[in-house]
Design a protein around this ligand. Structure first.
Ligand code: PXP
Length: 242
């Protein structure tokens, strides 16, 4: 894969801070606008079943007010499918969702849920929404994505981000190997979860990876430096890896 590595800025946690007080501030749509000006190539937002951060109204406004492509992260449920088909975002990333989890803790079991997921991949794809499956970097999951006909997979980088030393090297190797396998099978590999200024470069250097989706760290860092500066710095680090 050649060309510029795309950065999708996930703005969920701007909404988390807003919702802590129940008002309008800080506004995730304003954050999306700033991210766009700072070099984001897309905006990512996860509409969770419990609406703990992004709300239905946020999705409506992101679609209406932001020019960048929206990547809607969603669970494979009828409710989310109906919302996606109504708004028709550029992309939909299907993620596993458990109410009790603090964040998306692992990838989808695309292999074990073939019949369930096939329905969503088909419905979203037929509406011209680019479907991505959030999976662990394993042979089994890439093979399942191939069988499902998904155009994109996003590799969960959480294990890589939390590992140290040799374990981190091994996790990085897995991401690189399965990114290569994805490309070989006509699937565009993306990656995300837990990426920071300190760990992004090795992932960004994997040549097959076309897009990184990054949220929590960028929003956290924005408290100290501003969102503009945190996105700009991430962009610079990603570009330096290519
Ligand atoms: N990609 C997906 C599919 C996600 O669900 C998330 C958020 O959990 C991210 C990327 C971004 O992860 P983070 O907020 O840790 O940067």
């Amino acid at each position: 894969m050649t060309g510029r590595l795309r950065l999708g800025v996930n703005i969920d946690h701007v909404a988390t801070i807003r919702n802590a007080r129940g008002g309008d501030h800080p506004d995730p749509v304003r954050a999306a606008r700033i991210a766009a000006e700072a070099g984001a190539d897309g905006i990512t937002a996860h509409l969770r079943e419990d609406r703990r951060h992004i709300t239905d109204r946020d999705i409506e406004r992101l679609m209406a007010e932001i020019d960048l492509p929206l990547n809607l992260e969603m669970a494979a449920t009828e409710e989310m499918l109906e919302i996606a088909l109504r708004h028709r975002p550029h992309a939909a990333c299907i993620v596993p969702e458990r109410r009790e989890e603090r964040t998306t803790e692992g990838g989808l079991d695309a292999a074990g849920q073939h019949i369930h997921l096939a329905y969503f991949v088909d419905k979203l794809g037929s509406a011209d929404i680019r479907v991505s499956l959030f999976i662990e970097p394993t042979e089994e999951q890439v093979a399942a994505a191939v069988r499902l006909g998904a155009p994109v997979v996003e590799f969960h980088t959480g294990r890589y981000a939390h590992a140290g030393g040799e374990d981190r090297t091994a996790e990085l190797r897995r991401i690189a190997d399965f990114a290569a396998l994805a490309i070989k099978n006509g699937i565009e590999p993306h990656a995300g979860h837990g990426l920071t200024f300190d760990n992004v470069v090795p992932v960004a250097a994997i040549p097959q990876i076309a897009e990184l989706n990054i949220g929590h760290f960028l929003v956290g860092e924005a408290i100290f430096t501003g969102l503009d500066a945190s996105v700009t710095r991430m962009r610079e680090l990603m570009d330096s890896a290519r």
